[in-house]
Design a protein around this ligand. Structure first.
Ligand code: ZN
Length: 500
C-alpha cells in the first residue's frame, strides 16, 4: 500500500472520531437533558484527546514525508498535494503546543464561560475580569508556542483564517472604517425614513417555521442530507458531506429572526453539502476558513435574502401565509422594513451597515490586549469610547457593552474579524457570479437560484479546504481580498433606501 493511502486511512479514522464528537455536540444543544452535561463534557474531552493524539503521533510525520515524495510532480491544486499541505500544517501546529497548555486552556475557558454567564447576568465586568486575565495570559503563551514574525495576534487569527496576518486586516479594515463611519452618520440623521413596525407584530411560529423550510428547499438545501431543528443560538454542523444540519430559532413578535436565521445557516450548509465527495473522510471536507464560511451565509442572508429580486418572487407567497399582517403592505414597504438601519448596542442584532463597526471595535481591542497595549482594567472604558466614536451610542451597563459576547470567555480570540471578512468576501463573490451570467437578475426574480448555486459549487464549495482563503478568493473572483466592492454595494443600496 502506498504511503499516501496509509495516510488517508489514518485520516479517515480521525475524521470518524471528529464526526462522532460533532454529533455529540449537536445533541448537547438540541436534545440532551441538563443532567447529561458532566458526562457529555467527559465524552467530548475523550474524543478530542483521541483525535489530537492520532494526528500528532510521529508516524503521521513519516507518512507525510513518504506521501509527499509519491505525489512530487503533481500539480499544486491536485487533491493529494493539497491534502498533504493541509495535514502538514495541522500536524506541525498541533505538535508545537504542549498537551499541558491545551488542557489548561480547556479548563480556563470552560470555567471562564461559567463565570462569564454569571457576570453577564449581574452586568458586572469586574466579576469576569480575573477569569478573562487568565484566558488572555494562556493565549499569549499559546501565541509564543505557535510562533510569529509580526504580532502575537497572528497565530491566534491563523487558527480561524489561515494565512492572513493582522497587518493585512488592519489595512483592509481601515478602508472599511473610513467608508462606514460617515455612511452610518448620514443614515443616523434620517432614521425616520424607514419603519419596520410591520415586522414587529404577531407571526404564528409554526407558519414561520414552515416558510423557512420552504425557502431552504428552494435555494437548494438538500433535506435528504440535512435537517433543521430548534436551538437557542442558531448554528450549522456537519458529520459528513452527506449529513449537514442547521438550526434556527423563532420569535413570534419579530418576523426576521427565524427567516434570516434559516437563510444564514442554509448558506453555511450549502457550502458543506457542496464539497466534492472525493474529499469525504479527509481533513479537506470542511470550509476553507471561518471567513469563507461566513461569506456563504451572508451571501444568502443579505445579498440574496434582503434583495428586491428575491422578494419579487417570495413576497406574494409570504402575504398568502400571513394575510392579516401583510395583505395590505406593499412589497416595497416590506423591502425597506427588512433593510432598516439603526446604530444599536448589541452586535448580534445589528443591521448590515452597522454590523462591521461592531466587529472592528472588537478586533482593535483584542489586538491591543494581546499585544499588551491595553490593560483589562481599562477595557470597558475603551469599549465605550469606540462605541461612541463609531456608532454614536454608549452602553449604559456592562451587559449591553463589553460583556455581551460569549467569545472571549470561550477563548475565541482572533475569531471576530472573520465575520467582517465574510461580509467583504460575500460581495466580491456575488458580483463575480452576477457578471458571469447575463440572466442572473431575472433568474433570482423568478425564484431560480440554480445557476448561482452552481457557480458557488464550482468556484468555492467543491474545493473544501484545499486552498488558503486568500488564494480561493483570488481564484474565484479574480481579485485579492478588498473592501471596495462591499462598500460600493452598501453605498448604492442604502443611498437609495435613505435618499442620501
Ligand atoms: Zn454564520
Amino acid at each position: 500500500m502506498s504511503r499516501l493511502q496509509q495516510l488517508k486511512n489514518r485520516l479517515a479514522v480521525i475524521a470518524d472520531v471528529n464526526g462522532a464528537a460533532s454529533l455529540l455536540g449537536w445533541d448537547q444543544q438540541i436534545y440532551m437533558p441538563a443532567g447529561g452535561a458532566a458526562a457529555r463534557a467527559e465524552q467530548l474531552a475523550t474524543l478530542g484527546r483521541l483525535s489530537h493524539e492520532m494526528l500528532t503521533v510521529s508516524e503521521i510525520g513519516e507518512l507525510l514525508e513518504g506521501a509527499a515524495a509519491e505525489v512530487a510532480g503533481q500539480p499544486d491544486a491536485a487533491d493529494a498535494v493539497c491534502l498533504i499541505r493541509v495535514v502538514r500544517r495541522d500536524y506541525d501546529r498541533a505538535r508545537k503546543v504542549p498537551p499541558d497548555l491545551v488542557a489548561e486552556i480547556a479548563r480556563a475557558t470552560s470555567l471562564g464561560m461559567e463565570i462569564w454567564v454569571q457576570a453577564w447576568k449581574a452586568s458586572n465586568y469586574s466579576q469576569f475580569r480575573p477569569a478573562f486575565q487568565r484566558i488572555l495570559d494562556l493565549h499569549k503563551d499559546l501565541a509564543r508556542c505557535l510562533g510569529f514574525d509580526e504580532s502575537p495576534y497572528d497565530p491566534l487569527l491563523d487558527q480561524y483564517e489561515p494565512g492572513i496576518k493582522k497587518s493585512e486586516l488592519v489595512k483592509i479594515f481601515a478602508d472599511v472604517k473610513a467608508g462606514l463611519v460617515p455612511l452610518v452618520q448620514a443614515i443616523s440623521e434620517r432614521l425616520d425614513r424607514v419603519d419596520d413596525a410591520i415586522l414587529r407584530q404577531k407571526y404564528a411560529e409554526q407558519a414561520q417555521w414552515d416558510f423557512g423550510l420552504e425557502v431552504a428547499r428552494h435555494v437548494g438545501y438538500d433535506f435528504n442530507r440535512g435537517r433543521q431543528d430548534k436551538s437557542v443560538h442558531p448554528f450549522t454542523t456537519s458529520f459528513s458531506i452527506n449529513d449537514v444540519r442547521i438550526t434556527t430559532r423563532t420569535d413570534e413578535q419579530f418576523l426576521p429572526t427565524a427567516l434570516f436565521g434559516t437563510l444564514h445557516e442554509c448558506g453555511h450548509a450549502l457550502y458543506e453539502q457542496g464539497i466534492s465527495q472525493s474529499l469525504e473522510r479527509t481533513p479537506l471536507a470542511s470550509g476553507a476558513s471561518l471567513g469563507i464560511h461566513e461569506s456563504q451565509s451572508r451571501l444568502w442572508e443579505n445579498l440574496v435574502g434582503r434583495s428586491r429580486g428575491f422578494w419579487k418572487f417570495f413576497y406574494p407567497r409570504l402575504q398568502q401565509i400571513f394575510p392579516a399582517n401583510l395583505a395590505a403592505v406593499a412589497q416595497e414597504q416590506f423591502y425597506r422594513a427588512i433593510n432598516r438601519v439603526e446604530p444599536s448596542l448589541i452586535r448580534v442584532e445589528a443591521d448590515e451597515v452597522t454590523y462591521n463597526l461592531h466587529i472592528l471595535l472588537r478586533f482593535e481591542l483584542e489586538g491591543d490586549l494581546i499585544e499588551g497595549r491595553l490593560d483589562l482594567a481599562d477595557l470597558p472604558q475603551a469599549w465605550n469610547a469606540k462605541m461612541t466614536e463609531y456608532l454614536g451610542v454608549v452602553p449604559t451597563d456592562d451587559a449591553l457593552g463589553v460583556l455581551q459576547d460569549v467569545h472571549w470567555s470561550n477563548g475565541l480570540i482572533g475569531y471576530f474579524p472573520t465575520y467582517s471578512l465574510g461580509n467583504l468576501i460575500s460581495v466580491q463573490l456575488f458580483e463575480k457570479a452576477q457578471s458571469a451570467n447575463p440572466s442572473f437578475d431575472s433568474q433570482v426574480e423568478a425564484g431560480d437560484f440554480l445557476s448561482l448555486l452552481a457557480w458557488l459549487r464550482e468556484n468555492i464549495h467543491r474545493h473544501g479546504r484545499k486552498f488558503l482563503p486568500s488564494d480561493l478568493v483570488k481564484r474565484a473572483s479574480g481579485d485579492p481580498l478588498q473592501a471596495g466592492p462591499y462598500l460600493g454595494y452598501l453605498r448604492n443600496k442604502y443611498a437609495e433606501i435613505y435618499q442620501l
